[in-house]
Design a binder for this molecule. Sequence first.
Ligand code: THU
Length: 134
Amino acid sequence: MQKAFEAQENCYTPYSNFNVGAALLGTNGKIYQGCNIENASFTPTNCAERTAFFKAVSEGQRTFSAIAIVGNKSDATEGEYCSPCGVCRQVMMEFCNPKEFKIYLAKDRNNYSDYIEYTLEEILPLGFGPNNLK
Ligand code: THU
């Protein structure tokens, strides 16, 4: 959670002002941080979760156990859980075991025990992944 909130500080969100941070735990024990990075042309915007995944994969790590995600409008007074978008869920499906990979959503940087936990299978039922192409 702490690493996700830390990553959120680096978000580049001049268009939405919706700030997201992610901390992805590799099975190697390393944490890969990501933030959302927006673009004036909108479409090239990259979510925090995918930033974290692509950083990890580009460094040779392809297996993961969990991700922590935080996100809120910059002027929000109360935290809300930020659930990963469909595209990010599909990227998780590419590299993670849907029954085992854990997604932690937190909303309070002063209370890391306030979180909800899902498996990838719970938030992406009937997911299509690499096994379907074997
Ligand atoms: N966003 C993320 O980074 N992750 C999510 O799980 C939801 C959405 C970003 C994309 C965009 O920069 C902003 O939040 C508003 O959609």
